[in-house]
Ligand binder design. Structure first.
Ligand SMILES: Nc1ccn([C@@H]2O[C@H](COP(=O)(O)OP(=O)(O)OP(=O)(O)O)[C@@H](O)[C@H]2O)c(=O)n1
Ligand SMILES: C[C@](O)(CO)[C@H](O)COP(=O)(O)O
Length: 229
């Protein structure tokens, strides 16, 4: 029997760093090339037909997502966003009913710049891995530690900048997130951190710079240029 692949798109953030104004709309709802970023992301994920559903996770009081995702098939909107990104994903995992060997693919709402080719290759490789994997790009700049002055330089061999998608089996991810949250694991900014915490080593799959996370105000224009409009 084939295991299903279900996507989770955490979209419950406020986009504080990306905003120049108070009371701005969250960054995932801003438009690039005339289309809200969240819709770009969800539409692209659905282009890989192995993904059976995309679950978009929003805040309880969100009043944007339903209209933005109107007319898209295979999309569920779940209102269970949490305080941190990891809480949003964990809340969603607890509401989704899957077999333990089914796959969950988590992708940030604000990373619309991945290519379909990259997504397809990522899924191809994860499906044959016993743990699952993450997309990443190698560090190319010199890395230093310090605050006002440099303390020391860090060897950048084997250092990676981690992106999403991240893909794990439902049972393993649920267990890992539950243990990480119960143990108050600090700095848990992605799903792989929870998987590592319980002793597994996710596969690293090389991504691309175009899949950057829209984080700062200037990122919207940069992403729009990449889209080629
Ligand atoms: N409590 C949260 C926080 C973040 N996210 C989602 O996680 C992704 C990546 O997070 P990030 O870029 O940090 O988004 P924000 O938290 O919105 O940004 P900021 O920290 O600048 O406020 C985004 O799709 C965001 O909507 C989420 O679902 N729930
Ligand atoms: C999951 C992630 O996108 C990988 O780079 C990232 O860690 C999320 O960042 P956040 O700013 O901590 O939400």
């Amino acid at each position: 029997m084939n295991n299903s692949i279900v996507a989770i798109v955490p979209a419950s953030g406020i986009g504080h760093r990306a905003s120049n104004e108070q009371n701005d709309i969250p960054k995932q709802y801003k438009k690039i090339a005339g289309i809200p970023i969240l819709r770009h992301t969800v539409t692209k994920l659905l282009l890989d037909s192995r993904i059976s559903h995309v679950n978009v996770i929003i805040k309880q009081d969100d009043c944007f997502a339903e209209q933005i995702l109107d007319n898209l098939n295979k999309v569920n909107i779940i209102k269970c966003g949490g305080k941190r990104r990891i809480d949003t994903v964990y809340n969603a995992i607890n509401l989704i009913n899957l077999n333990k060997n089914d796959w969950i693919i988590i992708h940030d709402a604000v990373r619309p710049g991945f290519s379909i080719n990259c997504l397809t290759k990522f899924i191809d490789q994860c499906l044959y891995d016993k743990v699952g994997g993450i997309l990443a790009i190698p560090v190319i700049d010199t890395i230093k530690k310090g605050s006002i002055r440099v303390h020391h330089t860090i060897n950048r061999d084997d250092l990676w900048l981690i992106q999403t998608p991240q893909m794990f089996r439902f049972g393993l991810l649920k267990k890992a997130l539950s243990i990480a949250i119960q143990n108050n694991l600090p700095d848990i900014t992605d799903e792989a951190s929870a998987i590592e915490y319980i002793g597994h080593n996710p596969l690293i799959i090389k991504g691309s710079i175009s899949n950057f996370k829209i984080t700062w105000p200037e990122d919207f224009a940069l992403m729009e240029k990449l889209y080629g409009f």
